[in-house]
Design a protein around this ligand. Sequence first.
Ligand SMILES: [Ca+2]
Ligand SMILES: [Ca+2]
Ligand SMILES: [Ca+2]
Length: 208
Amino acid sequence: MTILIVSLISITVLAQSSLKVNFFVAKNHTVTTQTVRAILGDPNDPDTADFPYELLHLDGDKTLFLTHFNANFRRIDTFEDVDEVLITERIPYSGNFGKLRITYQNGSNTFVLWSFDLRQLCDRDNVCDKYENTITCPQDCLIANPDLLCLPRFDNACDPDCVGGIDPDCKPSPAPDYSLIIVVSSIIVVLYFIITLLLYNRRRTKRR
Ligand SMILES: [Ca+2]
Ligand SMILES: [Ca+2]
Ligand SMILES: [Ca+2]
């Protein structure tokens, strides 16, 4: 039954997730990865504009997703030229298979600038790091361990990445019982006065 519930939760999370791909594009057309991580939320619609760059999700020879993007090396606020720009794309996430690829079209030539093996989203080494989180790698990233992703749902585990009690499994620590502290303190004070009074009376009696 527990396995069934965990499986249903995993399927639901997968259905609500997308892959956030952050990368730098330099003026000389080199591309470097900033991060690739699954997140909650829908992917962006593919852009069909006539831009020179393409981001693809390939499974062998099959193209599962394709979007176009541009890299503008002039800042729109200061109009200064920069050497590289950070690009973010949200694409569909369907599992840790296939490759992401970025290509650049120059006339009739297509250059492959970057490739990312999606198996990196889970290496099953019992350590949650790099590009992994609970969505892509539940084997390494247990709900109770931090993975920079908040999954606020009933799953019998408090996700430490969720703040403000939005994970219903994260119960606030009970407040100390001040009434008990006050009663015990009062009893100690009363006993102190009684003992002091008894000792005082005893000394007076002896003197007589
Ligand atoms: Ca791992
Ligand atoms: Ca988490
Ligand atoms: Ca939870």
